[in-house]
Structure formats: structure tokens, C-alpha cells
Design a protein around this ligand. Structure first.
Ligand SMILES: [Zn+2]
Ligand SMILES: [Zn+2]
Length: 379
């Protein structure tokens, strides 16, 4: 974590996007020392959740956190989220209803005893969050997170600076289809419980619209495009009651093509918005690709990436081994040292955004210049 960072002014909206190469966390100041934390990942040096490390650096007490949101239950978005919630003693925990369904719990409990997830976290984080909620809700038998649905208001402040956090997804249909899918996994895995079921959390991820004064931002989570218009991004664009005026956009699903569509840009965002994204670099998958980056820059010249992750080929002096490796194109991810942090700030009634690239963060255009031209020349 970069030291010497100053906290935002009380009349500023601040959106800090953190991404080390694998993992994503957003910390938002809504003005007047009201904060929310969206998703969580681990700061590589201190090994603590990046949101808590950031609050320590800028001198903010965690009881000022109003919401802790888990947009969906993928490992790259929830690592350390229970630690954030534990410190955020006044916060509400928000997730989608599919994540709290009986089916989800049933699937989790089936593979829990043989948990072999690298990093361990998914299920453990879920259990810890549930325990914290139960400890805090002493007067009910049903300690529940706040469930996010399309158009539900998650947090609101009227005065003296109006601010709101509104969920734009998941749609009711997305919740239903996720629960049906979980039921299917539960049945099919009965005989082979050792296999880890694949739960696609992206489809029920929570997209949010943030407003403070006249400043606004759209947080795309990992929501993807689905052919069925009652699911995914089409359900958001078809039912958007907000004007197409979000000035800043946390790009959905690490910039992948399957999470992008012109309707998002045309119906939910201003022309040439400010955009920020984190890479996804794991198991041979690298996002954003050079094509993704070009496509995004075609929509927004003011785009920023938290870390310039690149694919790296294994190299060895042994000719035979190298030949085999090249044949199976074994690749790994090169993630630069340091931690990427994109900080966007705007006075709640001001006109200009101030962008800071901290650590390994950089303009997307520079990433393309440094890492994609060579790739293109090779083709
Ligand atoms: Zn995801
Ligand atoms: Zn992700």
C-alpha cells in the first residue's frame, strides 16, 4: 500500500479501484465520511484486506463503512471480505439472494468437508460472514444480509449532500435461473461429491449505480451478456430508469468481450466516460486481452487499468522440454510488483474528475502501447 495518501475532502465522491492481477476491491467515499466497500482482495505485502489497509493509510475508522457488498461469490472478489465486515461494525452486508438460497448452502455443504480450493477462501468466507451476521442479529432467528435486486435502494442519504447506492441487478429471472442451476448441480453431484461444482456467480452479480450530489458512477461487477433479455446486462439496460448519465464506469468482468455491449455505453453512460478496470490473470486466462483493450479505448479514451498483467511463456534451456512446452503453449501470468490503485475523485457538485494512478496502475492506452504493439507485429 502506497503511504502518504491523503483522505478525500468531505464534499468529494471518491472511487478507489484496487487490483493486484488476481482480485478486485472498490472503496467508495460518498461524501461526509460515509464509505462503502465493494468486494475484497488481499494486499500482497501486508496480507490484509486491501480496503482495511487503505483505511489505515488515510486514517479512516472502519465504523464509518455503511455497506460491505459482495457482488458475487467468485474467489477473486471475496478474499478477506469477512475480515472487512468484522471491522465494519456499523455496516450492512449486501449480496444477491441466490447466494443465500437453500440451494446455494446445500451445494456448499456438499463439498465443504473436502474443500480443496486454492487459497481456501470461498466457502470459509461465506461461513464467517454468516457467523458475524448471526452474532450481530441477537433479536431474530433469521439473520439475513441485505439482498440486492434490480432497482433496490441499498443506501440513501438525503441531507446535506444527497447520495444513493442503488442495485441495478440481478433481475428476478437471473435469481430464479441461478437457483435452478444450483439445484441441478446438487443433483448431478450426489454421486461424485469429490468434484468441485462450478458455480457461475457472474450471472447474479450485483451491478450498482452510485450518486453523490451531481457526481455518478456505474459499477459493473462481473455481469455478462446473456442471449435471454431477462438475464444479464440486457435486463439492466431494458429496465434502467436512471438517465444515461453515469460519468464513470468500473468495467464489467475485467474487460471481457462477453460482458460488453453497445447498450451499456449508449444507455447507461455519458459519452466518453471515465473508466477503470482490473485484470484477471489465472490458469492461462488473461483479461483484458489486447482486443478488449482496443474495444474499450474505442468507447473511452479516458480508461485506466490497475495492473499491466501479461502472459509469459515458460522458458527453459532444455530444447526438448521447451519444444513440448511450446506445443502445449503452457503459459503463466506475469504480474508486476506493487499494487495497482486507480483513484477517481470529484467534488459532489464540481465539474472535473481528478484521476490518480497509484502503484502499478496506468492508462489503458499505455498498456496497449507497451504490451500489444509487439503482439500485433508478430501476427
Ligand atoms: Zn466473477
Ligand atoms: Zn472477477
Amino acid at each position: 500500500m502506497e503511504t502518504g495518501l491523503a483522505p478525500p475532502d468531505t464534499d468529494s465522491l471518491e472511487i478507489s479501484l484496487f487490483g493486484p492481477g488476481y482480485g478486485e476491491c472498490i472503496v467508495i467515499h460518498l461524501g461526509l465520511n460515509d464509505w462503502i466497500v465493494v468486494d475484497s482482495c488481499i494486499e500482497p505485502i501486508s496480507r490484509e484486506p486491501v480496503a482495511l489497509a487503505y483505511f489505515k493509510t488515510i486514517g479512516v475508522n472502519a465504523f464509518r463503512i455503511r455497506l460491505v457488498v459482495a457482488t458475487h461469490w467468485d474467489d477473486d472478489h471475496i478474499s478477506g471480505i469477512s475480515d472487512v465486515l468484522r471491522q465494519a461494525t456499523k455496516a450492512q452486508f449486501v449480496c444477491s439472494s441466490a447466494m443465500t438460497s437453500g440451494e446455494f448452502r446445500a451445494v456448499l455443504s456438499q463439498w465443504k468437508p473436502k474443500s480443496i480450493i486454492p487459497g481456501g477462501s470461498g466457502i470459509d468466507e461465506f461461513d464467517r460472514v454468516t457467523d458475524i451476521l448471526a452474532d450481530r442479529a441477537v433479536d431474530t432467528k433469521y439473520p439475513t444480509p441485505r439482498l440486492a435486486h434490480a432497482q433496490s435502494m441499498l443506501w440513501e442519504r438525503q441531507e446535506p449532500i444527497p447520495a444513493e447506492v442503488r442495485a441495478l441487478s440481478p433481475s428476478d429471472a437471473a435469481d430464479m435461473s441461478a437457483i435452478a442451476e444450483l439445484a441441478g448441480i446438487r443433483k448431478s453431484d450426489r454421486r461424485q461429491r469429490r468434484r468441485l461444482p462450478y458455480i457461475d456467480g457472474n450471472h447474479t452479480s450485483v451491478v450498482m449505480s452510485i450518486r453523490a450530489g451531481t457526481a455518478s458512477a456505474l459499477l459493473g461487477a462481473d455481469l455478462e451478456i446473456r442471449a435471454d433479455r431477462s438475464l444479464g446486462w440486457y435486463a439492466v439496460t431494458d429496465h434502467a430508469t436512471n438517465k444515461a448519465d453515469h460519468e464513470a464506469y468500473k468495467i464489467a468482468h475485467h474487460g471481457s468481450a462477453n460482458a460488453d455491449n453497445s447498450e451499456i455505453w449508449d444507455q447507461l453512460l455519458v459519452n466518453n466516460p471515465l473508466t477503470a478496470l482490473t485484470p484477471f490473470c489465472r490458469a492461462g486466462v488473461l483479461l483484458p486481452t489486447c482486443d478488449d483493450s482496443d474495444r474499450i479505448l474505442g468507447r473511452s479514451t479516458r480508461s485506466y487499468l490497475t495492473a499491466p498483467a501479461t502472459k509469459k511463456r515458460y522458458r527453459t534451456r532444455d530444447y526438448v522440454v521447451q519444444k513440448t512446452i511450446d506445443e502445449i503453449t503452457l503459459q503463466t501470468c506475469a504480474i508486476p510488483n506493487g499494487f495497482g490503485h486507480i483513484r477517481l475523485r470529484k467534488k459532489v457538485n464540481g465539474s472535473n474528475w481528478e484521476v490518480s494512478c497509484i502503484g502499478s496502475a496506468l492508462p489503458l492506452e499505455r498498456f496497449v502501447r507497451q504490451h500489444c504493439r509487439r503482439q500485433k507485429a508478430k501476427k
